[in-house]
Design a protein around this ligand. Structure first.
Ligand SMILES: NC(=O)c1ccc[n+]([C@@H]2O[C@H](COP(=O)([O-])OP(=O)(O)OC[C@H]3O[C@@H](n4cnc5c(N)ncnc54)[C@H](OP(=O)(O)O)[C@@H]3O)[C@@H](O)[C@H]2O)c1
Length: 362
C-alpha cells in the first residue's frame, strides 16, 4: 500500500521509523548495516585509535538516533584513551573506563548533529532537529550515528552556531556553570581568577564568569594573552613571567583547570570567605577538601561537573544571546583522529579540538 505524506518532514520521519519497526527484516539490516567510528581497544598513545566499520545503533522506544556532524577530542577523551589520570585516581580511572581494556570502544564526549530517527514514544524531538549533546563518560560520539535517551543532556542548536561550534558547547560550558554557579555561588562584582584560562574549560569559565558580572583575572601563557583578553578578562597574568600567588591580590573565587593552583599555593590569594574551585586536582585534593574547608572561612570544592538537559538548554541560550561562544583550536576530519589526539596530547590546545564526520568533511 502506498501512503501519502503531507510534507517531506513527515515522510522523513516515517522512513526513519521503518527500520525500527521492521528491525528483523532484510530492509532493516541493509538500512542499518554499518557506520564509520573511531575505535580503540586498548589504552595507549594516539595511534591506538583507528577508524573502523561498526554496527549502526538502533533507537529504542524512548531514544533518538542522531547523525553526528561534529564532535571534539576533549581532555576527557585524552584521559580515557591514555589512562593518564590525576594523581591517586589510577584505580578510579580503570573503574570508570574499563578495568583491563576500554569498556566503551568509541570515544567522543560531546557532539552536534541532526536527529535522523526517533523511537515510537519520543515526544521531545523530531526527525530533522539540529541538536547538540553531552555524553560525558558514556562517550560514543566519534561515530557517524549515536543513539541517545530522549531525556539525556541534549538541546537544540542555536541558529548562530555552526555544527563545529555546537559540538564544543558542553565540555567547557558545563564545567563553567557547575563550578561558578552551583559550587561557587558567583555574585556580581566578585573577583574571580581562572588558572588555565586558554583551554576548553578555561575559555568557557572566563566568558561565563564575565556574564555573571565578575571581575575576571585570567592566568595563561604568553601566546594566549590576547585571546583571553578578547574573551573578556579584565586582567591577565602571564604565568611565564608572573606568579599570581605572589602579587598580593585577593580573589573571591579561584578556579584551577591546570592543576597548578592547589590549596597550599592558592589559599593566601583567597579572600576571607573565598572558594578554591578545583577543576583539575588529585585524589588528595578531593579527600582533603572538606577538612581544609573547616579550618577557616575559606572553602575548597573539588568535584566532577554534572550535566543535564536543562544545563544544555541554558548553554544554548547563552550561546544564542552571544554570551558564550566555544573557542575552536583546530578541526580534523574523522580519518585524522590520531592526529587530533596527538595535538590534544601536547597539553597546549587553545579551546577545543573538533572532529568532523564524513557528512561535513566530504
Ligand atoms: N572536574 C571536572 O568535572 C572536570 C571536567 C572537565 C575537565 N576537567 C579537567 O580539567 C582539566 C582542563 O581541561 P581542559 O579541557 O580545559 O584542558 P585543556 O583545553 O588542555 O587546557 C588546559 C590549559 O592549561 C593551561 N596551562 C598549562 N600549564 C599551565 C600553568 N602552569 N598555569 C596556568 N595554565 C596552564 C594551558 O594553557 P597555556 O598553553 O596557556 O599554558 C592549557 O590551555 C583537564 O585535566 C580535565 O581532566 C575536570
Amino acid at each position: 500500500m502506498c501512503r501519502r505524506f503531507h510534507d517531506s518532514r513527515e515522510q522523513a520521519r516515517a522512513l526513519s521509523l521503518m527500520p525500527y519497526a521492521f528491525h528483523n527484516t532484510t530492509f532493516a539490516v541493509r538500512y542499518h548495516v554499518s557506520m564509520k567510528a573511531a575505535v580503540y581497544h586498548r589504552y595507549g598513545p594516539p595511534e591506538v585509535v583507528r577508524v573502523e566499520e561498526v554496527e549502526t545503533p538502533n533507537p529504542g522506544d524512548n531514544q533518538i538516533r542522531v547523525r553526528v556532524h561534529a564532535s571534539t577530542v576533549s581532555s576527557g577523551d585524552w584521559r580515557a584513551r591514555s589512562l593518564e589520570v590525576p594523581r591517586g585516581m589510577g584505580f578510579a580511572g580503570r573503574l570508570i573506563f574499563g578495568l583491563f581494556r576500554p569498556r566503551q570502544p568509541i570515544l567522543g564526549t560531546e557532539l552536534s548533529g541532526i536527529v535522523e530517527s526517533v523511537g515510537k514514544d519520543v515526544i521531545t524531538f523530531d526527525v530533522g532537529d539540529k541538536v547538540f549533546a553531552d555524553r560525558g563518560t558514556g562517550m560514543g560520539a566519534h561515530a557517524e550515528y549515536i543513539v541517545l535517551d530522549e531525556d539525556a543532556p541534549i538541546a537544540g542548536i542555536p541558529d548562530n552556531l555552526s555544527f563545529e561550534e555546537a559540538a564544543a558547547l558542553c565540555f567547557g560550558g558545563t564545567v563553567a556553570l557547575d563550578f561558578l554557579q552551583k559550587h561557587g555561588d558567583i555574585q556580581p562584582g566578585q573577583r574571580v581568577l581562572i588558572n588555565g584560562a586558554s583551554g576548553t574549560t578555561g575559555t568557557a569559565l572566563v566568558q561565563i564568569a564575565k556574564h555573571f558580572g565578575a571581575e575576571v583575572t585570567a592566568v595563561c601563557s604568553t601566546r594566549n594573552v590576547d585571546l583571553v583578553s578578547e574573551l573578556g578578562a579584565d586582567h591577565v597574568v602571564d604565568y611565564t613571567s608572573e606568579d599570581f600567588s605572589q602579587n598580593g591580590e585577593k580573589y573571591d573565587l579561584i578556579a584551577d583547570t591546570a592543576g597548578t593552583a592547589p590549596w597550599h599555593r592558592a589559599k593566601d590569594s583567597l579572600s576571607d570567605t573565598g572558594r578554591l574551585l578545583v577543576v583539575l586536582g588529585g585524589l588528595s585534593d578531593m579527600v582533603l577538601a572538606p577538612i581544609r574547608s573547616k579550618k577557616n572561612g575559606k572553602q575548597v570544592i573539588s568535584t566532577v561537573a554534572g550535566s543535564s538537559a536543562e544545563r544544555c538548554r541554558r548553554l544554548a541560550q547563552l550561546a544564542a544571546d552571544g554570551i558564550y561562544k566555544p573557542v575552536i583550536d583546530r578541526v580534523y576530519p574523522l580519518e585524522e583522529i590520531a592526529e587530533a589526539h596527538a595535538h590534544v596530547d601536547t597539553g597546549g590546545k587553545v579551546g577545543s579540538v573538533v572532529i568532523t564526520m564524513p557528512i561535513l568533511s566530504a
